[in-house]
Design a protein around this ligand. Sequence first.
Ligand code: NAD
Length: 415
Amino acid sequence: MADRLTPPAGGSAIDYERAFRVRSPDRPVIPYIEGDGIGPDIWAAARRVFDAAVAAAYGGRREVQWFEVFAGEKAIARYGAGMYLPDETLAAIRDWRVAIKGPLTTPVGGGFRSLNVTLRQELDLYCCIRPCRWYEGTPSPVRHPEKVDVVIFRENTEDVYAGIEWKEGTPEQGKVLAFLNGEMGTRIPADSGIGIKPISERNTKRLVAAAIQYALDKGRRSVTIVHKGNIMKYTEGAFREWGYEVAAEKFPGHTITEAHLSQGDRQLDPGERVVIKDRIADAMFQQILLRPDEYDVIALPNLNGDYLSDAVAAQVGGLGMAPGGNIGDTAAVFEATHGTAPKYAGLDKVNPGSLILSGAAMFEYIGWDDAKSAIQRGMESAIRDKIVTYDLARQMDGATEVSCSAFAEAIVQRL
Ligand code: NAD
């Protein structure tokens, strides 16, 4: 057994009332998980940017007290076989409230849930946020990527991701099938795999409420509820209903529905109110390509949220540029949205942009907006000067391809 982890002396805990109600002291302890594969490369690059951005923004008045905790391969090396996610790591995140992580290898083989899924479930991180905006100069497959500036709120705990399914041909599947076909009047072919899609009122309402609260706090104009309710009435359709309900119950006076804004051929001015609207998921995939500037904060159930997040990320430069955070009422974990890219591990080659922008989102979350803005400025200016890693360089004319660490250095010089 390894020695117990010791948090850095001189730091203190973030004041965490609930999701999106968080204030940081000047010297917060922030646990980090370096991650597997390219994790050490991108973490080293990102940390250099974080510390420089905080110094540039607050001139020594504020400083993060980084606290390394372990998961994945590094945890096994330290704690022994099977210890992918030690209790001590979970306890540290629970105690210090806000953490950041690199990608983790999902162990292949029976008995292991993804470490990321375990983290989300153990800490009840019900809200997955993905802020997606374009940084000038970033190569994009669309003509007007500058029109994309959205924050996706994806429900993170239920839907088909609840992991409730039965394999074709097993006794359990046989029992479920007998019940459904025998007692519930369904006609499911006997050779079917069967999965369950639970969507609950409580989990929907807390997710949509978080999205609306965020929109109000940040002066965003609208929250769009995306669903496939025309087909899945009692899950996706209910998500839509509960979304409108929670807007009316918790934010009367601060929200107005899109339907209420249209008075015949006259459009009312919403003023300061956040407009609540909804779109069917397939239509939304078209809309976000064709009219992205009509969307702002977007709230979705888990599966559609997964798909739309990657589609929007592609519009602004790909996964290397897409930040993410998993947020709950007692803790939040920010993370790079890509995986461990094992073939590039240790080569100092990949794009640390996703982790760096996840850090920017984390600083915004704890109320350090100036640090966030400094990071965004530095990143935008490095890309505008065409100093980029290989993934972006190969899509840009006249780019200077640099290493992972040199990209971080280029950002630091431009904070
Ligand atoms: P991946 O994201 O690791 O890599 C796919 C490809 O994307 C890479 O080969 C590389 O070409 C490119 N890429 C990824 N990150 C990049 C970066 N920062 N800069 C430049 N290019 C980048 O996906 P994968 O290969 O499917 O998964 C590898 C491992 O990562 C698996 O064990 C998987 O379970 C894990 N994973 C973890 C997370 C997480 O921790 N959140 C997410 C996804 C996958």
